[in-house]
Design a protein around this ligand. Structure first.
Ligand SMILES: *Cc1c(COP(=O)(O)O)cnc(C)c1O
Length: 406
């Protein structure tokens, strides 16, 4: 094509064309990477901005892949997207938590949060928010009385994870919901470990639900995303505005991948959960394993809370403690070499993490021990492999702990 041609007939390769006409539609949701959306005229754009017509304008404010995924996740959490109850996608789970705090709080507000939150959330609450004039107190979320004791007149928000990382302690969600209602607090629940398949926070009094979609929901360690939904439309609006203004929005490609991942979510959850239960039982029988943590089991410290809240859905995370120090842990990790030692969770394949050297490395040893995290503490995100393979690999890796020189 020459410039002469384009002068004659006004065509240009840089001008976008409409997609080819088709009486059929794609079966799969199209990926829509467009950053911007064009309108017929100024009135049409006004109608979109004022919510009188469906549409998008600029992708930071929303795009089709984010809407599709947010509606599916909202539906999984028991909301009704067809009646406008939905949430917002964010660039990561941390962006989701940040959007809630930035959207709903103001300087001077006090937050009470679980003391075993995801490591970066703890850092956000204890190091970054104080710089902006927010204060946070961290307490044992399994103990509603301890949470009540930490409340102040200026406390606005309560943030907990249903099942905490990495000790798999269980929050007293019902007790905390009652407390939040009585004291007018916004009750925010991070439902990442449990997933909507295992627990539905809105049905138990949560005001806001947060997810790191990066984990089991997306499930393949190739999309980084978060999700927030609020029950109250005014709060949802404030959170969505924070996402748009602070630039916490999600990428279309990641949303597209995660929506694809959701197709198999139920199957992955069932299989990973069954594997986790079987692996916990198997680990208990191995010499050199000091204790095994799986919510709902007889020896779990929050067994009754877990059984009441999760009704048998104890999800895919198992933690255990080896009777050894760093050298033995290193022998274990090397011997388990086919299982990735990687600081994440929720992948289709099993991954192992070591809290003392990764998620909880910022804590001193006495602080870690107070949480029950010794050097030999191992967290397993159980995948969907054949359980017999996992049992063989863990048997061999635990045996290697007692073989110096291995
Ligand atoms: C991973 C995780 C987060 C943070 O999510 P990212 O997607 O990594 O930003 C928050 N909460 C929990 C419970 C997590 O596991």
């Amino acid at each position: 094509m020459t410039s002469d041609n384009s002068n004659q007939d006004s065509r240009s390769v840089v001008r976008r064309q409409e997609p080819p006409a088709s009486v059929t539609r794609p079966l799969v949701s199209p990926l829509s990477p467009s950053v911007v959306f064009r309108a017929e005229d100024a009135d049409a754009l006004d109608a979109v901005y004022e919510g009188r017509a469906a549409g998008y304008s600029y992708a930071r404010e929303g795009h089709p892949n984010a809407s599709l995924l947010a509606d599916k996740l909202a539906w999984m959490e028991g909301l009704d997207p067809e009646n406008g109850e939905s949430g917002v996608m964010t660039a990561s789970g941390m962006a989701a938590v940040s959007a809630v705090l930035l959207g709903l709080l103001k300087s001077g507000d006090h937050i009470v949060a679980g003391n075993q939150l995801y490591g970066r959330c703890l850092r956000l609450l204890t190091q970054d928010l104080p710089r902006l004039g927010f204060e946070a107190s961290l307490v044992d979320a399994s103990d509603a009385a301890a949470v009540a004791a930490a409340l102040r007149p200026e406390t606005k928000l309560l943030l907990v994870e249903v099942v905490a990382n990495p000790t798999l302690r269980v929050a007293d969600v019902k007790g905390l919901a009652t407390l939040a209602r009585a004291r007018g607090l916004i009750f925010v629940v991070d439902n990442t470990f449990t997933t909507p398949r295992g627990f539905q926070p809105f049905a138990h009094g949560a005001d806001v639900v947060v997810h790191s979609v990066t984990k089991l929901l997306a499930g393949h360690s190739d999309a980084m995303l978060g999700f927030v939904a609020a029950k109250d439309p005014a709060q949802q609006q404030q959170i969505t505005e924070a996402v748009v203004t602070w630039g916490l929005n999600a990428s279309p490609f990641d949303c597209w991948l995660a929506e694809r991942g959701l197709n198999t979510f139920d199957l992955r959850f069932e299989r990973a959960q069954a594997n986790a239960k079987a692996l916990a039982d198997h680990l208990r029988g191995l010499a050199g394993v000091k204790r095994v943590l799986y919510p709902g089991e007889d020896d779990h410290p929050d067994r009754d809370l877990a059984r009441d809240l999760l009704q048998g859905n104890y999800s895919h995370m198992v933690s255990f403690e080896l009777e050894t120090g760093r050298a033995g842990v290193n022998r274990f990790l090397r011997a388990a070499g086919n299982i990735a030692f990687a600081p994440t969770l929720g992948d289709v394949a099993t991954t192992i993490s070591h809290a003392a050297s990764s998620s909880h490395r910022a804590l001193s040893e006495p602080e870690r021990l107070a949480l029950g995290i010794s050097e030999g503490f191992i967290r397993v995100s159980v995948g969907i492999e054949d359980i017999e393979l996992l049992k063989r690999e863990f048997t061999a890796a635990v045996a290697a702990v007692a073989q110096p020189g291995a």
